[in-house]
Design a protein around this ligand. Structure first.
Ligand code: NAD
Length: 353
């Protein structure tokens, strides 16, 4: 069973990836945290599937467990649900050494993570990710946030977990759409720095535990070198500038995050090929692998509707947008572009431009 140690400037923590890990969660949390009270935060789809097992394991290890169940979906990443979590922490008597357990996908991880970062100025956080996206991406690296009416992830904190426990077996209950969603991020890891992973995904001959571990190792390596997202960590945003813009322009309804990122990766390859920066044929290879996982390769959205969101991207530094491009599959780099340069090349490659 892989036990991976994440090392960042602010914290080192173990990541366990193991079939059946949910049943050993209590022992692991007890070994990492002093407190013996906890609140398990989950959503109303994950709760019925896994809360009882997690709670039983924590109780067996001597924890007094409170629960906070929020409605499933992005709509729960808001200040009202955050206040609900604080109320549950207060009722349970959560003190500075008592951990918060985030049992769920990226929504629960981000919401519970931000609540843990801010309750009593920070209590231990244990991430127990249950979607492929949360296992390969959101549960490690320490980004936590909630949304505001003005935009997604506007209020948040960099706050590393004390411990991350992943049970690949829980992915068997995940819907096909959310599985594909996470696969878009897996393909992204392959494209930006791990061609061997991409090969396995293309051949559809992989072991999920191996894939999760491989992606986690890639992410923590990048986060170790750039915890606060000022340089290399931006490479993890490959496909995300256009992806976020598609999500925003379509009201976060028509495309899931992974679907939007899939289109964004195709566009980034097209831009790179047009500029002569990316090996010819890269875009075709990306399209083939995305289609094999039932992910979209284009979006029926006018380019004009995307440009405002592209130019307000958080990854903008000064007057330039640092666009993530590929030299070839397995090698990414940041290309600074002015808004004019970017909109000109996008106009050439966007199918409905
Ligand atoms: P999600 O948390 O909404 O989960 C997707 C759906 O799957 C939900 O309905 C959930 O109830 C259900 N589900 C979860 N696990 C399940 C399981 N094992 N079996 C059956 N159903 C299950 O969505 P997500 O895609 O995991 O996360 C998206 C969120 O992650 C977004 O808010 C995004 O901003 C955030 N995110 C954060 C980071 C970060 O670094 N913090 C990175 C990427 C994305």
């Amino acid at each position: 069973m892989p036990e991976i140690i994440a090392r960042t400037a602010t914290a080192d923590y173990p990541i366990f990836i193991q079939q059946g890990a949910l049943d050993h969660l209590g022992e692991r949390v007890a070994a990492s945290c002093q407190g013996r009270r906890t609140v398990i935060v989950t959503d109303d789809q994950v709760g019925p599937l896994y809360l009882e097992r997690v709670s039983a394991s924590l109780k067996a290890a001597g924890f007094n467990c409170g629960e906070a169940i929020v409605p499933a979906g992005e709509g729960s990443k808001n200040p009202e649900r955050l206040a609900f979590l604080y109320a549950r922490f207060h009722e349970t008597g959560l003190s500075r050494t008592d951990p918060v357990i985030a049992l769920g996908g990226g929504v629960v991880g981000d919401l519970a993570g931000f609540a843990a970062a801010t309750w009593l100025r920070g209590v231990p956080l244990v991430q127990v990710p249950t979607t492929l996206l949360a296992q390969v991406d959101s549960s490690v690296g320490g980004k936590t946030a909630i949304d505001l009416p003005q935009g997604k992830n506007l209020v948040g904190a960099f706050y590393q977990p004390r411990l991350v426990v992943m049970d690949p077996a829980v992915l068997h209950t995940l819907s096909r759409r959310f599985m594909a969603d996470g696969m878009a991020e897996v393909i992204k890891y392959g494209l930006i720095g791990d061609e061997a992973l991409l090969d396995q995904i293309e051949q559809q001959a992989y072991d999920l535990e191996w894939v999760v571990a491989r992606c986690v190792r890639s992410k923590i390596a990048v986060v170790a070198r750039d915890e606060k997202d000022s340089g290399e960590r931006m490479l993890l945003n490959f496909g995300h500038t256009v992806g976020h813009a598609i999500e925003k322009a379509t009201g976060y309804a028509a495309f899931s995050h992974g679907e939007a990122v899939a289109v964004g990766m195709v566009m980034a390859a097209a831009i790179g090929e047009k500029l002569g920066e990316t090996d010819p044929g890269t875009g075709d290879r990306i399209r083939r692998v995305l289609e094999a996982y039932q992910l979209p390769v284009q979006a029926d959205v006018p380019l004009q509707a995307l440009l405002p969101a592209i130019f307000s991207d958080k990854k903008r530094l000064g007057s330039r947008i640092h666009y993530v491009l590929l030299r070839r599959p397995g090698e990414a780099f940041l290309k600074p572009m002015t808004p004019n340069e970017l909109s000109a090349v996008l106009g050439e490659v966007w199918p409905r431009g």
